[in-house]
Every structure is written in C-alpha cells, then in structure tokens.
Design a protein around this ligand. Structure first.
Ligand SMILES: Cc1ncc(C[n+]2csc(CCOP(=O)(O)OP(=O)(O)O)c2C)c(N)n1
Ligand code: SF4
Length: 245
C-alpha cells in the first residue's frame, strides 16, 4: 500500500513541514501503516494527515488529544499519533496537553513548533520569542515564551524529546522511539515557517545532537542565547491511563 495520497499539497515552498512529512512517511513504513492512527489539530501542521495514506481523524483546534485518548481507550492495539502546532497545544489546548502527560495516556504528540499561529498568517503564541513582531504584535510581543520541555517535565510526561525538521533521519528515529514507548510521548519539532518566521539559519547554527538528559532541558530557554540541544531528555516506564482503566 503506497504511503502517499493524491491530495494536493498546499504548504508554502520551503516550509519545514515537508521534511517532517518525509520523516513521518519513513517512520510509518517501518512501524506498519495499518497499526497507526493519526489525529490532526487545525493548522498548517495538521495538513500532514492529508498527505499520508493512513487512517486519520481531523479534530478541533486545540482538541486532538482528547480525541486521540478516546481512540486509544477504544482500541489499545492502535498506535495513536497526534499532530499539533505550538498554537494548538500551548494556547488553545494547553490543558489537554498537561492532563494527558499527567495521566500518562499512551499516545504520541508531535508538536510542530514554528513559534506562531501560521495558518492564520502570523499571530504570536505562547512559544513566540519576546519581541516577536507579527500580525497581533506589530510592536513586538511583550511576553516571555514558555519552555515547552520544562512544562512537559513538570506535567510528568514519560517521554520528552526535541528534534529539528531539517534532520529527517534523526526525526524519523525519534518518532519511532516515541511511538514504541508505552506511555505519553511528546516530541517538539523545531519547524521554520519561511513565510512568517524564517528560523532556518538560526537553527542551523544552534542545534546539536546531544547526549540528552533532564538537566539539559534548561540549556536553551527559547531565547537568542547559547546552543539548542536535540535528543530524548526524559524517558521512564510507569502505568498508563489505559492500564489503570
Ligand atoms: C478554537 C479555535 N480558535 C481559533 C481558531 C482559528 N485558527 C485556525 S488555525 C489557527 C492557527 C494554528 O496555529 P498553530 O496551532 O500554531 O499551527 P500552525 O498553523 O502554526 O501549524 C487558528 C488560530 C480555530 N479554528 N478554533
Ligand atoms: S504559513 Fe508557514 S507553516 Fe504554514 S505552510 Fe506556509 S511556511 Fe509552512
């Protein structure tokens, strides 16, 4: 069964989402197309499910996690993967993200972090850097961004990773590891949006594949300073929400 669909691709040329799609195609082919169900948020990120020949559900903005949790409870054999953006998961849907991590719901959340609301053409999110100039912050955002991985640590996510979209094979391996992890797995993919926030050069200069651990989460605080570690920062086994049910 081919992995591509015939759906026309509407991402902007050069978007970091293309590389995430390639990584996901490879990951699903290794895991098995029939074993995976995808759940999409709303946003540029979420169009990825249209381009993958895999069972999927389009949820509401900020709400794919409860939809995914329901699928997992109904059929625990399925590998359930959520695609979301920083807007969907750190603004509209932040409570769902925190509670799924706390419950250790056995799903994988892949958050495309382009650090703005892209589909609606460039408003700031909880992940945008201080000073970010977009449609809703023409004089620059006055807020500090959230450290997403620190938030996931505090919420007790049992798998926490960060990758960069341009590293396709590295991302593929991390996605496979996260999907095979029993419990709540969260991957932040740093994803440049060349139309509204082109961060390719910034990340190309700063990211490195780290021998990651929990302490390294604080090495980068979503600012201009220092290097940006990639890797799996935390992984633990504990009973899942579905086991407890
Ligand atoms: C509850 C709700 N609020 C707002 C919107 C409008 N909306 C649709 S897509 C979008 C932006 C999505 O941004 P993000 O989640 O960061 O994903 P990206 O497009 O950047 O991949 C917004 C605000 C909506 N559809 N539903
Ligand atoms: S707006 Fe940004 S994130 Fe959306 S498709 Fe275009 S480049 Fe990609």
């Amino acid at each position: 069964m081919k992995i591509e669909t015939n759906y026309p691709n509407t991402w902007c040329p050069g978007c970091g989402n293309f590389a995430i799609l390639e990584a996901m195609k490879k990951a699903i082919q290794e895991i098995g197309q029939e074993k995976v169900v995808l759940v999409a948020d709303i946003g540029c990120n979420s169009k990825i499910v249209d381009y993958l020949n895999v069972s999927s559900l389009g949820s509401l903005h900020g709400r794919p996690i409860p939809s995914a949790s329901g699928i997992k409870i109904a059929n625990p054999e399925l590998k359930v993967v959520v695609f979301t953006g920083d807007g969907g998961s750190l603004n509209e849907g932040i409570s769902h993200l925190i509670h799924a991590a706390k419950k250790n719901t056995d799903i994988t959340v892949i958050m495309h972090n382009n650090r703005l609301f892209a589909l609606t053409t460039g408003q700031y999110t909880a992940s945008s850097p201080k000073g970010f100039k977009g449609k809703s912050t023409p004089d620059g955002s006055i807020e500090e961004p959230l450290n997403t991985l620190e938030l996931m640590m505090a919420a007790k996510a049992s798998f926490i990773g960060r990758t960069y979209s341009s590293k396709i094979d590295y991302t593929k391996k991390m996605i496979i590891e996260a999907i095979n992890h029993k419990g709540f797995s969260f991957i932040e993919v740093l994803q440049p949006c060349p139309s509204f926030f082109n961060t390719f050069q910034f990340y190309n200069e700063k990211v490195y594949e780290a021998d990651a651990n929990e302490k390294l989460i604080k090495e980068w605080n979503y600012d201009e300073k220092g290097r940006i570690p990639l890797g799996v920062f935390h992984k633990e086994e504990r009973p899942t929400y579905e086991d407890e049910i």
